[in-house]
Structure formats: structure tokens, C-alpha cells
Write a protein that binds this ligand. Sequence first.
Ligand SMILES: Cc1cc2nc3c(=O)[nH]c(=O)nc-3n(C[C@H](O)[C@H](O)[C@H](O)COP(=O)(O)OP(=O)(O)OC[C@H]3O[C@@H](n4cnc5c(N)ncnc54)[C@H](O)[C@@H]3O)c2cc1C
Length: 441
Amino acid sequence: MVVGQIFDRSITNRARRAMKGIRRMSMKRYSVFAIAREAARYHSGWERAWKSPQPKKRYDAIIIGAGGHGLATAYYLGKNHGITNVAILEKGWLGGGNTGRNTTIIRSNYLQDPSAAIYEKARSLYETMSQDLNMNVMFSPRGVIMLAQTEHEVRGYERTAHANALQGVKTEFIGPERVKELVPIINIDGPRYPVLGGLWQARGGTARHDAVAWGYARACSAMGMDIIQQCEVTGVRRDGGKVVGVDTTKGAIECNKLGVVVAGHSGVISEMAGFRLPIESVALQALVSEPIKPCMDVVVMANTVHGYMSQSDKGEMVIGGGTDGFNNYTQRGSFHHVEETVRALIETFPIISRLKMLRQWGGIVDVTGDRSPIISKTPVDGMFINCGWGTGGFKAIPGSGWAMAEMIAKGEPGALAAEFGMDRFVEGRFIDESVAAGVAH
Ligand SMILES: Cc1cc2nc3c(=O)[nH]c(=O)nc-3n(C[C@H](O)[C@H](O)[C@H](O)COP(=O)(O)OP(=O)(O)OC[C@H]3O[C@@H](n4cnc5c(N)ncnc54)[C@H](O)[C@@H]3O)c2cc1C
């Protein structure tokens, strides 16, 4: 599949009417003029970015999980398909799951065609997301390098670069001198893991994670959708084989269609609905250093040693490593992880040996056997699931929301989602991204 083929330009008349509705809604536009106006009146005129309503008795569609993927699903349901009688149910606060805990790396140079298609769709939507949502999501296409530090990695990344050329995804394999030029603080002559080159995607980068969640939430609320926080789903209601609603800590709510987008808790919800998922939940941790002067303006991933690093706008070095070696639901950091991750990176980035580490945290990621997501119908009629993004789903948020919304609206997966059905685990039709996404982001 060539990436360009899955760009669906057909927006229905119903969706056009919904868009007109959005423009008419009360949401005040953020702009430089709004900032000047509010500065002149002591910032007394800002309104709440989204409403906090009580749940209605019934919705056309319910989305469980107000992370980036759930909110993007709701947004594209309204924007592309004109479905706005939607509730998004969140057991905590919106964006408080992995979406607000990740290290925000965005890239699309995956090996397999279905992955490249959905990640490139997402990356291209990031390019215009701030304008689309009228929220500055601080998308920074500063470039992402994946270091090749063994001969095996050189061969693997050269292969990915060739695959990406065929898929229409812009990426290139670069030599060690070019890596040094792009990252002056790097040591390319390490005794154990010298830098032999890297896979470089110049339009990859980062974005502000919670702004992505807030932007989608604000746009959903403006379309009249209900975002209901502190509302945990505790049961899935069925009538025979069809979903008819959910039980929640705020009472029962009826729906025609149900979208489950809860990352590390997907197995919990699927159990409520009576089926099992090929998913493991495991903690993934990250940390930041004290802020220092600007010293690295690209993202660098070193997958052989399990570490990666970028510099935030505040100057902190944002550092991530591998997942915990055992399944768990512990949404927090642990000391041994700081040591393991920093130790792994010191040979390649000697300057970090002098840095104090400031904060660390963890999120519960949902990992499949082939390290690719599940965007799928389920054994329960009217219930759809989107999960398995594991350690690398922040970058996919807009593309995943687009594909999931299409599947919920039409009842069948479109071109973007078609390969990611969970029947692939029964059929042995894996989309193997274990090198690209098993640890790195
Ligand atoms: C430390 C770390 C670093 C990462 N780094 C990167 C990176 O650099 N780049 C990248 O692309 N990806 C990265 N990821 C992965 C990325 O964060 C996730 O894949 C992505 O955010 C998943 O988004 P989501 O919306 O599916 O899940 P979440 O944001 O976790 O949202 C799911 C929501 O569902 C809610 N929920 C769960 N159960 C229920 C229930 N019963 N009722 C109601 N609500 C419920 C949760 O409270 C949560 O808010 C990282 C993850 C972590 C933890």
C-alpha cells in the first residue's frame, strides 16, 4: 500500500454540516489578538476550555478513555462523519494516562507498509494540528535519529530506509560524521558501541503532549460532545451479542456504539465484555534532568543500549529507557530504572554523567506480540477496540483517531485500519515491528 492512497479526501455532507456547527459553537478562538485583549483586561475573559457535564441517559456513541487516542477518535467522529452525540468517559482526568506521561517522540519511519501508512498519516496531521484545533500543540519537527551501533542495526536501518522509499515516507540512512554534525555532544567512538550511522527522519520531532489532549478535548466539547471525567466504566451491557451501554461510577449509560481506547487497561474492559485480548500490560518509565543550556536540537534514540534523549524547551534532558521486565499496573517510576537507563546512555553521551536527575514517572503501556496496534471490531456487535500502541503510540494519535472514527462510523475498518484487526493473531498474519517499536519510540 502506498501511503498517499490512504489519504481519504471524501468528507460527507453530514460532516460538512457538523463542521459548520463547530464554527457556530461558542468556542472563542485563541489568537494573538485574544492574548492582547485579555492582557488589557487582566485575563478576566478566558472561558473554560471544555465543559464538565453530567452524563445523559443515552448517546449514539460512547468512547471509553480520554487519552489522546480516545479524544482524537471522538474528534474525527464529529469532524469527518458528523456524529456528535458522543460521550467520552474517563476514570481519572483527561490526558492523565500515557498521553500525559510520554516523551513525545513523533516519527513515521516504520518497516512494514501498514505501519508506515498509519504513522505517516498521523505525522502529516501533526504538521497542521495547531491550526486545525486552534491550540498550539508546539509541534517541533526537529528531526529524529535512530542510532546504528552494531553491524546488525546498520543492515536493519538500511532496509527500513529502502522500505520507506517505496512507501513514500521521507527518511534516510546517514553516516557517523553526519550524526556528529547533527549532534555535537555525541561520542561516536565509544569502545563498546561506536556510532556507525543512523536512520534520520528530518520531519520527525516532538509535540507538547498535554496540549494535544487539551486541543482535542476543547474541539470535542465545542462540537457538543460530553467529556465526563472521574467516571470509571465498571461493566459493559449487552443484549444478546450486541452492546447496548455501559455501567459506570456515575450510573448506567446507553449507547448504540462503543469505542474502547484505554491503553494499558484494555484487557480489563475486554474481560468485562467477555473476550480476551492478546495484550500484556507493563510499566514504561522516563525521567528528566535539571534544565541546562540548549545543547541538542534533535531527538536521538539508541536502541541497542535501550535509551533515548531529547531536550525540552525548558532545557531539561528528557530521557527514556525500556519497559519493566514483568507485567504490572504500577503507574510510577523506580530508582533502579534511573541508574540502568542513564548508565546505558553515558558511553554515547558522556555529558549526562554530570547531570542531576529531577523527576521520573511511569505509565502502563499495552504491548502485543508483534508490537503493532489493534484497531478492530470485537466479538461483541457494535463494540470496537483500539489498543496495543505500547511504547510508541503518542506519535500515532491523529492517525489512529482518524482510523478508529471511520471504523465506528461505518461499522467496518477502512484502509488505514484494515490490517490491524485482532484476527491477525489467529491467522498468523503478524505486522512485525518488534525491532522498530519493541522498546524505542
Ligand atoms: C514513559 C512513556 C514514554 C513514552 N514515550 C513515547 C514517545 O516518545 N513517543 C510515542 O509515540 N509514544 C510514547 N509512549 C507511548 C504513548 O504514551 C502511548 O502509546 C499513548 O499515549 C497511548 O494513548 P492512549 O490515548 O491510548 O492511552 P492513555 O493516554 O493511557 O489513555 C487511556 C485512558 O483510559 C482511561 N481509562 C482506563 N480504564 C478506564 C475505565 N475503566 N473507565 C474510564 N476510563 C478508563 C485512563 O485513565 C486513561 O486516561 C510513551 C509511554 C510512556 C508511559
